[in-house]
Design a protein around this ligand. Structure first.
Ligand SMILES: NC(=O)c1ccc[n+]([C@@H]2O[C@H](COP(=O)([O-])OP(=O)(O)OC[C@H]3O[C@@H](n4cnc5c(N)ncnc54)[C@H](OP(=O)(O)O)[C@@H]3O)[C@@H](O)[C@H]2O)c1
Length: 305
């Protein structure tokens, strides 16, 4: 099978397309023919070992000291069940599925084996494979952090999403709206139109206005791009309010429950897959270059099969 290999840490150009043996499912595993994945900030961060200070050491321990221990990157997939291990009961051959592999990665390849009890579920019926692949990365992260902020327990929650146009930000605006929140979104003037389509109630363009000067107070402030700080946001929080950020040691897990939640929202037209660009697998270097700009809107899809 064809796969994208990251043989060393470095710029996008280190990536190579290579032939690898097609994996064979164990008893509890599903073999998936991957149709689409995404290139996201997580992949780019691993490829470049793009972290500072002590975290760089931690990342090397987790991912490999001198080069990635798992050279096939990619943490999300949508695809078709090709073969089942003998004990698999949740899926049948031909099922259209989607999911996430976290630090196990391996999704930038034509096939992958996943234990059926990991983060894999049926894809939304009305989603294309590209759309399904665009759901898990930002979607799971947004669900994790907003639930950590106890969004479901707040009556008419007032939520500020800082950085509303990335993969996590576009998801966070939509997830918060689905919890009944009144959402203030902070984005650039370039991102305003997109943010409106996500249903934000109020938009602050950070290149036009200082969001810290608004008089509103919030139950939850979620920094979806890791560019602000608890100290900066503190004056905007209601008493007992929560500041949450993607930056730091707290990593959103992958979960079948999150994927089922996203599927239900998508099928009920309460959540959109936001896709900036779609690249074929052969153009993975170009896809990484674009993600490295830090300017993508929503998700960058990698078409595999
Ligand atoms: N902790 C976790 O579990 C977890 C999970 C996923 C991701 N992350 C981290 O979360 C961060 C965001 O990930 P992502 O994939 O959503 O990123 P992304 O898609 O690359 O975000 C890019 C977006 O951010 C906007 N942006 C850039 N600078 C901004 C600023 N100063 N203020 C507001 N918006 C700004 C850009 O639009 P403009 O240029 O037009 O403003 C662009 O639309 C990354 O650092 C990633 O590593 C953490």
């Amino acid at each position: 099978m064809k796969a994208v290999i990251c043989p060393e840490y470095g710029p996008p150009e280190v990536l190579k397309i290579q032939e690898l043996p097609k994996p064979v499912p164990k008893k509890n595993e599903v073999l998936i023919k991957i149709v689409a994945s995404t290139v996201n900030t997580g992949d780019a961060r691993i490829r470049a070992l793009k972290v500072k200070g002590f975290m760089r050491f931690v990342m090397r321990v987790m991912l490999g000291f001198t080069k990635p221990r798992k050279p096939v990157l990619g943490v999300v997939f949508s695809g078709i069940v090709e073969q089942n291990g003998e004990n698999v009961i949740r899926f049948k051959v031909g099922d259209e599925v989607y999911g996430a592999t976290g630090l196990n990665q391996g999704c930038h390849a034509e096939f992958i084996c996943i234990p059926e009890n990991k983060a894999i579920t049926h894809k939304p019926e009305n989603a294309s494979f590209e759309e399904a692949a665009a759901l898990p990365f930002g979607g799971q992260t947004a669900i994790y952090f907003l639930r950590k902020g106890k969004i479901a327990e707040i009556n008419n929650p007032q939520v500020l999403i800082y950085g509303a146009t990335g993969s996590v930000g576009t998801a966070a605006v939509q997830v918060a709206k689905n919890y009944g929140a009144t959402v203030t979104a902070v984005c650039s003037s370039k991102g305003k139109e997109l943010t409106q389509t996500l249903g934000a109630d109020k938009i602050i363009e950070y290149d036009q206005e200082d969001y810290t000067k608004v008089s509103d107070k919030f139950d939850i402030i979620f920094d979806a791009v890791g560019k602000t700080s608890k100290k900066e946001c503190a004056p905007l929080l209601k008493p007992g309010g929560n500041f949450l950020s993607v930056e730091g040691l707290d990593i959103a897990p992958e979960s079948t429950e999150y994927l089922d939640f996203l599927r239900e929202l998508f099928e009920n037209k309460k959540y959109k897959a936001i896709i900036d660009k779609v690249y074929p697998m052969d153009e993975v270097v170009e896809a990484h270059r674009f993600v490295d700009t830090g300017r993508k809107k929503g998700n960058v899809v990698l078409r595999i099969n």
